[in-house]
Design a protein around this ligand. Structure first.
Ligand SMILES: Nc1ncnc2c1ncn2[C@@H]1O[C@H](COP(=O)(O)OP(=O)(O)OP(=O)(O)O)[C@@H](O)[C@H]1O
Ligand SMILES: [Mg+2]
Length: 286
């Protein structure tokens, strides 16, 4: 198993001494053999905190996270004996807020920073930058610009390009499509799907969009109030009666299907993924 959380709890320190509990007793296993996981849950439920444990940016207060055989606990790395660089190359994390990730004077320098840091030669890193900038929907012209003069959506794309250039085995993306227009969002999700399918890499996406969960994910993990409350198939999640309690929406197609079921006073044998499937189900009952 590439990443294993064992009874992980984490508290943010606070000035008044009342520590804030952001993760409580999390157990979770993630393989690097081609999973497509979406991580969902209401605002403040602990999603960003959880993923920052996946490459040891945060360390648990109790329990442990084992990442590619390296066990991270409260006191790990205090004495700098453990090198975290190899692990951070394997698990690439794109932050929720791109301004946390961008700091160089040009987009090119920002993108090649990661690969160079992990031992890739400058020419090879530049070659990768020219490729990945196109994959995220921008042109090579952007490479000479300052990342701080870009729009929010462009910054997001550059921060994703920087992680792609590191060629990690597990890509963790904290709300990668928020703030993008619908076309840009769909193009990026297709890119992640391609990386997942062609290179058999694991993708973990934090999102508030249930349509993304239903369309793309093979596995969904739900956080609620600092706890992991669901880990399984998206299909089953949207049948779970707890989803209201967890403040989750339904994907559009399931919402429509449920309304139709109520109006027709029937229950379809399965839930459709798109309008065509819904149409076929309708034909069976009308
Ligand atoms: N640096 C911090 N210091 C103190 N508390 C924090 C800090 N970062 C987050 N928190 C708190 O920890 C909890 C979990 O935050 P986190 O950012 O993990 O939530 P999230 O699920 O990612 O939410 P969102 O969907 O809004 O991004 C929140 O209640 C938040 O207020
Ligand atoms: Mg967050």
């Amino acid at each position: 198993m590439a990443i294993k959380f064992e009874q992980v709890s984490f508290q943010y320190p606070s000035f008044d001494g009342k520590n804030f509990s952001a993760l409580e007793n999390i157990n979770l296993e993630i393989s690097d053999k081609g999973e497509f996981i979406t991580l969902i849950g209401e605002t403040g439920s602990g999603k960003s905190t959880l993923v920052q444990h996946m490459n040891a940016l945060l360390r648990p207060n109790t329990g442990s996270v084992t990442i590619y055989g390296i066990k991270i606990e409260k006191n790990t790395n205090k004495n700098k004996k453990i090198k975290l660089n190899p692990l951070r190359q394997k698990v690439g994390l794109v932050f929720q807020f791109p301004e946390y990730q961008l700091f160089e004077e040009t987009v090119l320098k920002d993108i090649i920073f990661g690969p160079k840091n992990f031992g890739v030669k400058e020419d090879e890193a530049i070659k990768r930058a020219k490729e990945v900038i196109k994959h995220v929907g921008l042109t090579e012209d952007y490479l000479g610009r300052s990342p701080f003069n870009l729009s929010g959506g462009e910054q997001k794309r550059v921060s994703i390009a920087g992680i792609l250039a590191m060629e990690p085995d597990i890509l963790v993306l904290d709300e990668p499509t928020s703030g993008l227009d619908p076309k840009g969002r769909d193009a990026l999700l297709e890119l992640f799907t391609n990386i997942h399918k062609k290179l058999n890499k694991t993708i973990i996406i934090i999102t508030h969009d249930m349509n993304t969960v239903y369309k793309y994910a093979s596995r969904v993990v739900v956080m609620h109030d600092a706890k992991l409350v669901y880990d399984g198939l998206p299909n089953m999640l949207f049948m779970d009666e707890n989803i209201e309690k967890w403040n989750l929406d339904l994907p559009d197609i399931i919402g429509i299907t449920k309304q139709l079921e109520a109006k027709l006073d029937i229950t379809f044998t399965k839930k459709p993924h798109n309008v065509n499937e819904l149409f076929e189900l309708m034909k069976g009952v009308l």
